[in-house]
Design a protein around this ligand. Structure first.
Ligand code: 26W
Length: 820
């Protein structure tokens, strides 16, 4: 008697095969002879989607019934990466499905590769949001991720003649099986125009916003599964569309062109992700994007309250809103507008609700990344919000006056409006004033916020500040991407670590077990062989899996100092050329990362890396002891390939500049050792894994500040070797005789060097010698590697989310029972 198996929910292999073939026929409209690999991928994705819908519906039912307190994570970016593999891991059916597909004569990995990753983020901040919603679901905390459904995500990077070229990311080309459109929950968002006063039916003086234009936000929902539980939370991304009524009136007047223009303009709002990080551009469209998704989300939350029959006065009890940097900070003014203008609450009560609703996370210490909007621009997009911000500011500055009697300069520093010259709205100030908590993303970063960037706010409200050190999800960054390691860990310590990463500590004693160390090495080696094949395919470069894989992957930025790394590569090359028999540890230097399209110096750094690679990789004199690879288009998918194969993790930012870093954590948990500065979460990684298992170099944040205060002169740090390196670049050796090509880079270093590359160069070179020495002691290195993984428990985003949950959101978990 076979038990009844539902074709759309059963997790067995046979049921899955039937579902897969059924979808190929009824969803893709294909039969095997005509099906492409993409058809097979779509059929597979739909079979998986069916299996998660039961959880999604059960979760929605449980939350609705219980009126659960809900976290709303507001973020302009969600860098999700491919869904299929991750969903299979979280459903606990990865192995069965792989077998089922193989039994149908298809290659599972080929199907996984068909998925175009949703690259709806730039880097660290967007990827953090993705790890957070994974952990929220795993911890069974009711939550919604709110953001923008960009039609084009982060550009696709190609390298042509060593230069970065950007190509549009058409991720929706073949459709997206992971989202469900919810047109019935569309909302209108107004923009531009002006405000006017009027008297309502009770003779009350009120403000009316007469918008210049209206767009419709349409939500697209993606389920976010918890790991092996019944929870499926929602990522709700807004697409901008033209309101139909607008179209029609124009159309009826015979103005077809006008109707089309209206439609085209509306859709531009969610058309493309701005590819800049850590650098604002002050573009109207960017502010419109921010306001668009924030307003749509707050209106959606008010709809949810209506459905659950909760009065708006209890908004802050129902929802905890986390602002992912200042990009959604306009939410503070928008919630005030909705409560005061639309729902006629008194200002004081609305402000109380607002401050109890929001919390703000800061992700950057770079002054050029702090968002400020020119006042005129702001007023043209959000006239009513500017008035609201003036009112918030007036009341806030009154509070400051009372607290700091007679301190006029403090008022100027704290004001929401920057009035030194051209006037700006300071979004970080709006976020601080409207939030009940403010946090940084690593210990050092949170300290620097309190005593530097947000010092005045700290003096005003010390109780608002706390630290929440970042983390990453071990589901994607270990279980999914490193199956060999996952198997070994399963044999050695079981698999409780996937949900409770602290369990990895059970590995510690095995560092002294020679047989275990041998297996550990075999796994890293197998990962390196696989990665080498990938590099051969993508770059046409043969790299030696016996060499040390030394990796720096992250956005290209001067403060992250990819140029420090490549200068050291050139120094090594120079040493080998001068002494062909020099006994150096063979290494493969792997770089990857995108530069903001308008960031010329970052693009020049990419060109330099590729130029050095061209020369070094073809030079027989270095006898394959040195290879340099620039891996194009570093993204989540490629990250999943590179972290498991890495042995040395380059975390070499100028101390005090990298807020946290999260790649550093992915490397360490996959057994790579770190060469790094005392910056961001590096400090905490070193503290956890032990100073003896970490390669530290360079100035501390304090020393950096002192060096700058004394008047830093790069030439004071010139050494003969560094001199040779700079001369070699300027001689045109890497640029076919062009002595000017890299001048902007070398002159910048010689005369300014804002990120202290020269100051740290010697310390870095010396530290790299220590790395090579350690690597040659195979057992010592393996021990260090095992201990890095064993002691990385702290860096699970589950730990981070537990801290946010306990200290900021106060949202208890709500286990879900499956509806049948
Ligand atoms: C408006 C332009 C802009 C866009 C993005 C400015 C700043 C950003 C982000 C804040 C940049 C970012 O991704 N910051 C990174 O956030 C990570 C998650 O907290 C940290 O780990 C990184 O150190 C930080 O650089």
């Amino acid at each position: 008697n076979e038990p009844y198996e539902d074709e759309r929910t059963a997790l067995t292999k046979e049921a899955f095969k039937r579902a897969f073939l059924d979808n190929l026929f009824y969803v893709q409209g294909k039969f095997p002879a005509l099906a492409t690999q993409n058809d097979y991928y779509q059929a597979l994705a739909c079979a998986v989607r069916d299996r998660l819908l039961q959880r999604w519906i059960s979760t929605a039912a449980a939350y609705t019934k219980q009126g659960s307190r809900t976290v709303a994570y507001f973020s302009a970016e969600f860098l999700m990466g491919p869904h299929l593999g991750n969903n299979l891991i979280n459903l606990g059916i990865y192995a069965q499905v792989r077998e089922a597909i193989a039994e149908l004569g298809l290659d599972f990995d080929t199907l996984l590769r068909q998925e175009e990753e949703p690259g709806l983020g730039n880097g660290g901040l967007g990827r953090l949001a993705a790890c957070f919603i994974d952990s929220l679901a795993t911890l069974e905390i009711p939550s919604l991720g709110y953001g923008i459904r960009y039609e084009f995500g982060i550009f696709h990077q190609e390298i042509v003649d060593g230069w970065q070229m950007e190509r549009t990311d058409k991720w929706l080309r073949f459709g997206n099986p992971w989202e469900i459109l919810r047109p019935e929950w569309a909302v209108e968002v107004r923009l531009g125009g002006h405000t006017e006063q009027y008297r309502d039916e009770h003779e009350r003086l009120r403000i009316r916003w007469v918008p210049g234009k209206v767009v419709v936000g349409v939500p697209y929902d993606t389920p976010i599964l918890g790991y092996r539980n019944n929870t499926a939370n929602t990522l709700r991304l807004w697409k901008a569309e033209a309101p139909e009524s607008f179209d029609f009136s124009t159309f009826n007047r015979g103005d077809y062109g006008g109707a089309v223009r209206q439609k085209v303009w509306s859709e531009t709002l969610s058309k493309v992700l701005y590819p800049n990080d850590e650098q604002i551009q002050g573009k109207t469209l960017r502010l419109e994007q921010q306001y668009f998704f924030v307003s749509a989300s707050l209106q959606d939350m008010m709809r949810i309250m209506r459905v659950q029959k909760l009065p708006l006065e209890r908004f802050h009890e129902k929802f905890a809103v986390q602002l992912n940097d200042t990009h959604p900070a306009i939410a503070v003014a928008e919630l005030m507008r909705l409560l005061v203008d639309e729902h006629v609450l008194p200002w004081e009560q609305a402000w109380d609700i607002t401050c109890k609703t929001f919390s703000y996370t800061n992700h950057t210490l770079l002054p050029e990344a702090l968002e400020c909007w020119p006042l005129e621009l702001f007023k043209s997009v959000l006239p009513r919000h500017l008035d609201i911000i003036y009112e918030i500011n007036a009341r806030f500055l009154d509070e400051v006056r009372i607290r700091f009697y007679g301190d006029e300069s403090r008022l100027v520093r704290l004001s929401l409006i920057d009035e030194n010259g051209e006037r700006y709205v300071r979004m970080a100030h709006l976020a601080c004033v409207g939030s009940h908590t403010i946090n940084g993303v690593a210990e050092l970063h949170s300290e620097l916020l309190k005593h530097d960037v947000l010092k005045d706010f700290y003096e005003m409200w010390p109780h608002k500040f706390s630290n929440k050190t970042n983390g990453v999800t071990p589901r994607r960054w270990m279980a999914l991407s490193n199956p060999r390691l996952t198997n070994l860990l399963g044999d050695a310590i079981g698999d409780a670590w996937i949900k409770n990463l602290d369990e990895l500590i059970e590995l510690e004693p095995l560092a002294d077990d020679a047989a275990f160390r041998q297996r550990w090495r075999e796994i890293k080696h197998a990962n390196k062989v696989e990665f080498a094949a990938f590099v051969k395919e993508r770059n046409g470069i043969a790299i030696d899996p016996q060499s040390l894989f030394d990796v720096q992957v992250k956005r290209i930025h001067e403060y992250k100092r990819q140029h420090l790394n490549i200068l050291h590569v050139i120094a090594l090359y120079h040493r080998l050329r001068s002494d062909p028999n020099a006994d150096i540890q063979p290494r493969t230097f792997i770089f990857g990362g995108k530069a903001a399209p308008a960031y010329h110096l970052a693009k020049l750094i990419i060109k330099l890396i590729n130029s050095v690679a061209d020369v070094v990789n073809r030079d027989p004199a270095v006898n394959d002891r040195l290879k340099v690879v620039f891996l194009p288009n570093f993204n989540v998918t490629n990250g999943q390939r590179v972290y498991p194969a890495a042995e040395l993790s380059e975390q070499i930012s100028t101390a005090g500049k990298e807020a946290s870093g999260t790649g550093n954590m992915k490397f360490s948990m996959n057994g790579a050792l770190t060469i790094g500065t005392m910056d961001g979460a590096n400090i905490e990684i070193r503290q956890e894994v032990g100073a003896e298992n970490f390669f530290l170099f360079g100035l501390t944040a304090e020393q950096v500040a002192q060096t700058k205060a004394r008047g830093y002169r790069p030439l004071d740090h010139m050494t003969p070797e560094l001199q040779e390196v700079i001369s070699l670049i300027n001689s045109g050796f890497f640029s076919r005789g062009d002595t000017e090509l890299f001048r902007a880079l070398t002159d910048g270093l010689l005369w300014h060097d804002p990120y202290l590359v020269f100051a740290d160069f010697e310390s870095y070179s010396e530290c790299q010698l220590q790395v090579s020495k350690a690597y040659r002691d195979v057992d010592r290195w393996t021990r260090m590697s095992i201990l890095n993984t064993a002691r990385s428990g702290k860096f699970s985003s589950d730990r981070t989310i537990r801290e946010y949950g306990a200290d900021i959101w106060r949202a208890p978990s709500v286990p879900v029972r499956l509806l049948s």
